[in-house]
Design a protein around this ligand. Structure first.
Ligand SMILES: Cc1cc2nc3c(=O)[nH]c(=O)nc-3n(C[C@H](O)[C@H](O)[C@H](O)COP(=O)(O)O)c2cc1C
Ligand code: SF4
Length: 727
């Protein structure tokens, strides 16, 4: 199919100073949980973005000096010359596809505690660490500022040597440079503080110095917030930002514009929809002749075109849409936008950085697996046999297994007990704010329509006899999980009902099936700690009930802290008038009174409740799997087909895990992947030479001979202060 000419504008090249982007698709900086720790994984992943058509592909935040060390959250780094070699892996991969590579030079200030390097972080003043670590920064004096400028310049030169085409001055997101700009933070009495002119000075110097250092070949970009402080969503407080911007407007080659409120800029779909930055952006392009990039979880090509045509942005900036679908630009270019795997706005991708592990994506199971497993988001090996496969259950795991098996060319039968495929996704997407989760189902159903070798059987609940009767060569069970009515006390599952309590103990499944309590007050007991507790509480509140969310954790929706939505969830619940009780376990419920136990003191308290909804754990729906095995006395090899269970019916987890399990099953079938072969892991290569430090010479400590082999081709590296570059 040819491309819709309406979208041609998205494929125009755009000049950025000395370089030209081949189109308007711009992967803005986003971290990956890989950073300098896993350079090969990172390079492969970024290369696939370029292959998928992103005209610009940037790094994550890229530390310029060991005194900006964010571990356990792995940033990229340009600390020394070995980082050049590691970064070169990425730039080479990006250049292979004709795209530009950008490096976002970063200094954390009061947001980093430097737990590995143990360096003292600098900031505008002596401030507490904003991540809650018991450390303070050192107020930068003039020599520190001079030092910092040199580090930035040196890092820019390394970025250029590594082959980057765009080098960033990163002046937002609460890091050091944005603190210099902020009038409330920067009350310094010297020429770097106080007046607007003074506060802008350091950013101006860095732009000029970066241009002078690398501007002959590299474009210089500035990441900058369009507003001064957060207000209600969509109501910018521009303050003096416009004045600042006017002072710098023509200095860089590109403006990368975002906003102060990260929970809106990178908002989850439950609270924030496509293009939320538009009200903040409407003045920006009028003030500069330089190209502008901005973000907005853009997945609709019509929205993209509209943003460009209306002069809001020149580039379609994307972090999450490029993670969910690295081939989004190609799909638009080839006239098949319906194939786009749209981001659902769950921010599971962000949890990689929060937890210090490689990135995962709910929609894109290949994300983070490009190097380790060699997975490509659009390519998959052809089938290894003419086997027929029965997939039982069309939830996320079953749908993804059927889609990927179908793409391999297998004859697939997908049997679903209910009328509507989608499993938990179809049920959850009907809950408040969750509608975009339907994209998990819709993308896969859309793909199945193009696969005549996959047959979908709705309203087909299969028993063991039915499965045998199908006569498939392989059977995969993906029958999901059901919410429990009891709770886990740390050692075992315990019931909470006393007296008449059992009758009014409900679960999220009951609520999703429309079985709501007739009246309140209702307690939602959240031991799950992710989004479901809050969503169920909201649903009940919408029905006019008085609701209290009780959790044994110290925080509401603890795990949603990993996806950066915890703050929004709690403030949303408060706004809805939902009561909150943290650090309390649900001890018992008799149908009229719930007894809560303080997690710290053990003190019991009584609360009136007509019903409780247990958002605790789930039980795998694996009865079909077990029935099939029972037919052969548990001996799987005696079955006339191979048998496997995947997703929640194997082990309940997040949707991303179910999608991954379905995908892995499809890839592995018929030896497509050897489950027993050890996968490479992008570990440090300890053959690397360790150069003795002067203090060690004094003490006559030398590295062991086995560790002194020079000239090994290694990429992984331990970061060492003052280590000499290798030959
Ligand atoms: C997983 C993830 C990591 C991010 N890491 C960075 C980062 O290292 N530096 C940065 O400036 N912004 C970072 N961001 C913010 C994005 O650049 C972007 O502004 C935000 O995600 C909104 O764009 P989107 O809607 O296209 O995702 C990150 C976003 C995500 C989703
Ligand atoms: S993990 Fe969720 S938010 Fe992140 S890119 Fe994938 S679908 Fe989008």
């Amino acid at each position: 199919m040819s491309r819709d000419p309406r979208y041609d504008i998205l494929f125009e090249p755009v000049k950025i100073g000395p370089v030209t982007a081949r189109n308007r698709f711009y992967q803005v900086p986003h971290c990956t949980g890989m950073g300098w720790l896993r350079p090969r994984m990172l390079a492969e992943m970024r290369g696939i973005k370029a292959e998928g058509g992103w005209g610009v592909v940037c790094t994550e935040y890229n530390s310029i000096h060991p005194s900006s060390d964010d571990l356990p959250h792995p940033s990229a780094s340009l600390w020394d010359d070995r980082d050049i070699r590691a970064s070169r892996l990425m730039t080479d991969k990006v250049h292979e596809h004709g795209s530009l590579a950008g490096a976002e030079l970063w200094y954390g200030g009061m947001r980093t505690a430097n737990l590995m390097t143990r360096e003292v972080p600098f900031d505008v003043g002596s401030f507490p660490n904003t991540e809650g670590q018991p450390f303070q920064t050192r107020a930068m004096d003039k020599s520190d500022i001079r030092q910092y400028r040199k580090w930035h310049r040196d890092a820019a030169l390394r970025a250029k040597a590594a082959g980057f085409d765009i080098v960033y001055v990163y002046a937002t997101h609460g890091y050091l440079l944005s603190n210099f700009l902020n009038p409330r933070i920067n009350t310094r009495g010297d020429e770097y503080g106080g007046s607007l002119e003074n506060r802008v000075r350091l950013v101006r110097e860095l732009i000029e110095e970066t241009k002078e250092a690398v501007g002959d070949r590299c474009a210089v970009a500035v990441r900058f917030a369009a507003d001064e402080r957060a207000d209600k969503d969509g109501q910018p407080i521009i303050g003096e930002r416009r004045d600042m911007f006017e002072m710098l407007a023509e200095l860089p080659d590109l403006w990368d514009i975002n906003i102060v409120d990260y929970s809106l800029e990178m908002g989850v779909s439950r609270f924030v929809k496509e293009a939320p930055l538009e009200p903040y952006m409407n003045w920006v392009r009028a003030v500069t002749t330089k190209p502008v990039v901005s973000v907005g979880r853009f997945t609709s090509p019509d929205t993209m075109v509209s943003q460009v045509r209306r002069g809001i942005t020149d580039f379609i900036g994307a972090a999450r849409p490029s993670i969910a679908d690295p081939f989004l630009p190609t799909k638009i270019r080839e006239g098949r936008p319906e194939d786009i795997r749209e981001c659902i706005g769950c921010n599971v991708c962000y949890s990689g950085d929060t937890l210090g592990v490689p990135i995962r994506c709910t929609q894109n199971p290949t994300m983070g697996e490009e190097w380790r497993r060699g997975w490509h988001p659009e390519k998959i090996a052809a089938k290894g046999s003419d086997s027929r496969i029965l997939v039982v259950g069309a939830g996320p795991a079953g749908l993804e297994a059927a889609r990927a098996l179908g793409k391999r060319g297998y004859a697939v039968m997908l049997a679903e007990a209910s009328r509507e495929p989608g499993g938990r996704v179809s049920r959850e997407c009907a809950l408040p704010g969750m509608s975009e989760y339907a994209r998990v189902r819709d993308y896969r159903l859309q793909a199945l329509q193009k696969l005549p070798n996959v047959e979908v059987f709705r309203e087909s609940r299969l028993g063991a006899d039915d499965v045998f009767a199908v006569g498939a060569d392989h059977v995969v069970i993906a029958t999901g999980a059901t919410w429990r009515r009891d709770r886990f006390d740390g050692e075992c599952y315990v019931g909470i009902a006393t007296g008449d309590g059992e009758r009014m103990i409900l679960t999220p499944d009951d609520i999703m099936d429309g079985r709501l309590p007739a009246d309140g007050p209702v307690i939602v007991y959240d031991e799950d700690g992710y989004y479901m507790g809050g969503v169920i509480a909201e649903k009940l509140r919408q029905a006019g009930l008085t609701v209290t969310l009780v959790t044994p954790s110290d925080s509401v929706s603890f795990w949603a802290g990993m996806t950066s939505e915890r703050w929004r969830i709690r403030s949303h619940l408060l706004r809805l008038g939902i009561g909150i009780e943290t650090a309390h376990e649900l001890d018992s419920f008799d149908g009229g009174t719930a007894r809560l136990k303080c997690a710290y003191s053990g003190a019991l308290s009584e609360h009136a409740a007509s019903a409780v909804v247990m958002v605790t754990q789930r039980v795998a729906n694996d009865s079909l799997y077990r029935d099939l095995l029972d037919r052969v006395g548990g001996d799987e090899t005696a079955l006339p087909f191979s048998l496997k269970r995947i997703g929640d019916c194997n082990a309940p987890a997040i949707i991303a895990a179910a999608i991954h399990a379905g995908h892995l099953y499809a890839r592995a079938l018929d030896g497509g992947e050897d489950a027993n072969a050890p996968l490479p892991h992008d570990r440090e290569d300890f053959k690397e030479t360790r150069v003795a430090r002067p203090s060690e010479h004094d003490a006559k400590v030398i590295a062991p001979p086995s560790a002194q082999r020079v000239g090994e081709k290694q990429i992984g590296r331990d970061h060492r202060v003052g280590a000499k570059p290798e030959t």
